[in-house]
Design a binder for this molecule. Structure first.
Ligand code: ZN
Length: 316
């Protein structure tokens, strides 16, 4: 990790949040937001998705966002790539890390990307071959987050054995790291513990990526605590829980960055992120998307009296 921290908070709002809402945020407003997020101390930001502009017009400006975000010092710039074509575009733009979302659910995979999970694993293999064909200094990391690993809105229960087997196949296909995504907000803390334990024994600690959690059913932070207990140290979240859920009015999309950072710091885990600066970033976000619904408890009530950041606490 670039700076000495205990837990890496990976901000996915500019990708997961923005792709889940109908409106398109102007490029300049996205950049202002990304700058405000980096200024708050977030060390990793997923700035967009190299998906076909036909499917997600909100993400058309991804290449220019990657190029601009690359100018921010110390920031790891991530982009989602659904396939080889997206990976080529992300590499041309200079993304540090590519994140691929093959789905454990067969129905979700076919519906989302028109491929079976096995075909999606082959696509990851092709992207890894592309990575390996580049000079070492230009190779991006290829991270995979297995979507719908905890359940699927189409299929319901998704086999845990298959999710873990898929992680093993993805490691063999050349992925640098593999994490698990609760795309649908189905996961519970017991399942999180079980699955991340199994993931570690399947692929090894050095290939473990983090947890991508949604708060659709209010389990988000409980799931974070469960994952911390089995040594997961990277969490995706989005500022203001941007994105929401069309099926659960009032529910946040991804877990809320502000609440996540507050919980981690209060637990004594150093994130390097400044909570007041995140509140400023909310204003920047809302300036670019006036009246958009955003979420979070901490921003509503503020920091508790006497709050100290993890690195300010005395000997523990
Ligand atoms: Zn997501």
């Amino acid at each position: 990790m670039p700076q000495e921290i205990d837990v890496l908070v990976s901000e996915v709002g500019p990708r997961d949040g923005l792709q889940s809402i109908k409106r398109t945020m102007p490029t300049k407003a996205k950049l202002d937001w990304i700058q405000a997020l980096a200024a708050a101390g977030l060390q990793e930001i997923e700035v967009g998705s190299f998906v076909s502009p036909r499917l997600l017009p909100q993400m058309t400006d991804c290449a220019s966002l990657v190029k601009e975000a690359n100018k921010l010092e110390g920031l790891t710039v991530l982009a989602l790539v659904p396939n080889l074509r997206g990976a080529e575009r992300a590499i041309a733009a200079g993304a540090h890390k590519l994140t691929m979302p093959p789905s454990a659910s067969r129905a979700h995979s076919l519906n989302n990307i028109g491929k079976t999970p096995e075909e999606a694993i082959e696509e990851v293999r092709r992207v890894c071959a592309l990575r390996d064909s580049l000079p070492i200094e230009r190779r991006p990391d290829v991270e995979v987050g297995i979507s719908t690993a905890f359940g699927c809105t189409l299929e319901g229960t998704v086999s845990e054995d298959w999710g873990i087997e898929m992680a093993g196949l993805l490691a063999k296909a050349g992925a640098d790291s593999i994490g698990l995504s609760d795309t649908t907000g189905y996961a519970n803390p017991a399942q999180i513990k079980r699955m991340f334990r199994r993931l570690r024994s399947e692929i090894g600690a050095e290939k473990m990526a983090g947890a991508h959690l949604h708060n659709t059913r209010g389990q988000g932070l409980a799931n974070v605590v469960a994952a911390l207990e089995v040594d997961v140290t990277t969490f995706d979240s989005s500022l203001g829980g941007l994105g929401g859920c069309p099926y659960a009015p009032g529910a946040t999309g991804n877990i809320v960055t502000e609440d996540l950072v507050f919980m981690l710091e209060a637990m004594g885990l150093h994130t390097g992120v400044d909570i007041e600066a995140l509140i400023v970033a909310r204003e920047v976000l809302l300036r670019g998307l006036p009246d958009e619904a955003i979420y979070g408890n901490l921003p509503e009530v503020g920091l508790p009296k006497g709050f100290t950041y993890a690195n300010e606490k005395g000997a523990r």
